[in-house]
Design a protein around this ligand. Structure first.
Ligand SMILES: *Cc1c(COP(=O)(O)O)cnc(C)c1O
Length: 348
């Protein structure tokens, strides 16, 4: 560690993302990317772009993109904020709504980045254990200074129904409740976007990385009442006035305009998930009931299975933490990739 590091930087424990091997030949089921390419409209939009305009700064508020997102949901455009990945939107939200608070509730098993932002923005967390069956107990989330949870949750894949989300929002009306819907497009439950016009303390955060096949483009957004959107804009303008480049804005708008393609690819992934879960169960590896684009697969010898898959150039995710170390998180690939994965598991 450099002697020049600030005390703040020394104290941080950064998030560790899944491996991104840069050489070909891997079956990559470790970072919940979409196995299908983005909508053909994305290439079309980027090819059509006036490259001469890249000498100018882009629209710092991504208005055209926000309008397109608003049309897709649908919701008024003043309820939408876009930035450079949902990770960035989440960071702005932690800074804007949780900084300095003492009792920000979040599940013990959830997205590993939440405690990192809490540390970064000096938010005290109240880590809420999942129940024995790995579900969130909505009644426990009461009187918080802030709530952050993923729905469906990661890495469990388990989703809460909208009435349970509403319970949490109602029990915490004096603080902001953030629902991270990175995986909602693969779920059968209703989105919390449907509650945004009713509750002034609800912020829903989403990404183009998973259901729009654009993890490499880095685009995320938030949906909330205009006073919360103002709060995010305030944080953005204290950090980076132009978080989304011109090409990313155009490409993301093109992707979300192609509803038919989005619907087809997400249905295919849901179908692959159901088939894979069934076949893994037959092999003696049951999964938690997932509503995301991955399965959290129970395996007594999870680490050994992880290593075996790795030897066969199949990447999945494993955490050597209590309550997680008897599972592997497996992203849904193409049917062909899942065949290769299943035959490797069978061999093991
Ligand atoms: C993937 C993921 C994100 C990050 O998405 P990006 O937009 O790619 O930064 C956020 N939250 C959860 C729960 C995720 O799984």
């Amino acid at each position: 560690m450099s002697n020049y590091l600030s005390e703040k930087a020394r104290g941080l424990i950064p998030y560790v993302a899944g491996i991104q091997p840069q050489e070909p030949g891997w079956i990559k089921l470790n970072t919940n990317e979409n196995p299908y390419p983005p909508s053909p409209r994305v290439l079309e939009a980027i090819s059509r772009a006036d490259i001469g305009r890249l000498r100018l700064y882009p629209d710092g508020d991504s208005n055209t993109l926000c309008q397109q997102i608003a049309t897709h949901l649908p919701i008024p455009a003043e309820y939408v904020f876009a930035a450079n990945s949902s990770d960035e939107v989440l960071a702005f939200a932690f800074g804007g709504f949780f900084s300095g608070k003492a009792n920000v509730m979040t599940p013990d098993i959830s997205y590993g980045f939440y405690p990192v932002w809490a540390e970064m923005y000096d938010a005290g967390t109240n880590i809420m254990p999942l129940r024995a069956d790995y579900t969130i107990d909505p009644h426990a989330y009461k009187g918080a200074d802030g709530v952050i949870l993923a729905n469906p949750n990661a890495p469990t894949g388990i989703a809460l129904s909208l009435d349970k989300i509403e319970t949490i929002i109602r029990q915490n009306q004096d603080s902001v409740v953030i629902i991270d819907e990175a995986y909602i497009d693969f779920a059968a439950v209703e989105s919390a976007v449907n509650l945004v016009e009713t509750y002034e303390n609800l912020l829903v955060i989403r990404t183009f990385s998973k259901s729009h096949s654009l993890a490499g483009l880095r685009v995320g957004y938030a949906v909330g009442q205009p006073h919360l959107i103002d709060g995010l804009q305030r944080m953005k303008n204290a950090f980076n006035s132009y978080p989304l480049d011109m090409l990313a804005q155009m490409a993301a708008a093109a992707a979300i305009s192609d509803r038919a393609y989005w619907d087809e690819t997400r249905s295919r992934i849901i179908q692959t998930r159901e088939q894979t879960s069934y076949r893994l169960c037959e092999l003696g590896y049951p999964s938690l009931p997932s509503q995301a684009n991955f399965l959290f697969v129970r395996a007594e010898r999870a680490k050994a299975l992880y290593d075996f898959l790795l030897e066969h150039k199949i990447l999945v995710r494993y955490w050597s933490k209590s309550r997680l170390d008897q599972f592997l998180r497996v992203t849904m690939g193409t049917d062909e990739e899942m065949e290769a994965f299943l035959s490797c598991v069978k061999q093991f």
